[in-house]
Design a protein around this ligand. Structure first.
Ligand SMILES: *Cc1c(COP(=O)(O)O)cnc(C)c1O
Length: 236
């Protein structure tokens, strides 16, 4: 009898996931008349071990995303050579911690959080990039500022020494076509970058909707499942 194939190593699994995601981003960019290099891939490594972040880094993915402060802080202390993106909602009392390791905070959606992150960053002698999270469905549970409130929030952040306003971010509304929502986000982003030159990042698109995001003009996609596999369900 021939022995069963050896299980694929984790490195090979991640390499296969990465090849698939790269092909999807490239195809979406080409279809939109854009270049692959216009879209940054952030690997959302939440729930996966730090060793996976290191394997992805060694495969060339230098941007990692996390959504829980304790988990992110531990991985950032353990893995060198990656830029850390905080993509989850930030409780104000965690802002100081997040500002001490995050290179990019994607979820700034209120003035109080902006001030807390600014203070934390200045204490740590850092100046992280921040993206203004925009609510595309008006549901405050999922985070995000209403589009009408974004220009004032952008002006506030632009005046804070500890933060660098870098653009906008959104999560597609649940149960709706993502493309029109991403088009609205891109329009909000264009207003922000017109008022604040250099703040031109548009963070949108995940495993299920990255093509729609790239077609709309996203400059950064946040991909977990398609790269790393299905996360174990959270037990509460
Ligand atoms: C988990 C998460 C992602 C990645 O989602 P996948 O569907 O696993 O690709 C992207 N953005 C945010 C804000 C997330 O919390």
């Amino acid at each position: 009898m021939t022995p069963p194939d050896p299980p694929l190593g984790r490195r090979a699994e991640l390499a296969a996931g990465l090849a698939e995601v790269e092909a999807r981003i490239t195809a979406a960019a080409v279809a939109a008349g854009r270049g692959r290099e216009e879209v940054t891939l952030v690997a959302v490594t939440k729930t996966w071990p730090a060793s996976d972040v290191a394997l992805l880094r060694d495969l060339g993915v230098r941007e990692a995303g996390e959504n829980k402060d304790a988990e992110a802080a531990a991985k950032a202390a353990e893995v060198e050579g990656v830029r850390w993106h905080f993509v989850g909602q930030v409780q104000t009392n965690k802002a100081r911690s997040v500002a001490s390791y995050a290179d990019v905070v994607h979820s700034l959606d209120r003035a109080r959080l902006a001030r807390a992150l600014d203070e934390g960053a200045r204490r740590a002698g850092r100046r992280p990039d921040v993206l203004l999270q925009v609510s595309l469905d008006g549901d405050p549970q999922r985070g995000g500022a209403l589009p009408a409130d974004v220009p004032a929030l952008a002006a506030l952040v632009a005046g804070l020494e500890g933060l660098r306003l870098a653009g906008v971010m959104a999560v597609a509304p649940l149960g709706a076509e993502p493309r029109p929502a991403f088009d609205r986000l891109v329009a909000v982003g264009q207003q922000v970058s017109a008022d604040h030159p250099g703040a031109c990042v548009v963070s949108a698109g995940m495993s299920g909707d990255l093509e729609a995001a790239v077609a709309a003009g996203a400059t950064l996609v946040r991909v977990g499942t398609a790269l790393l596999g299905h996360r174990a369900p959270l037990l509460r």
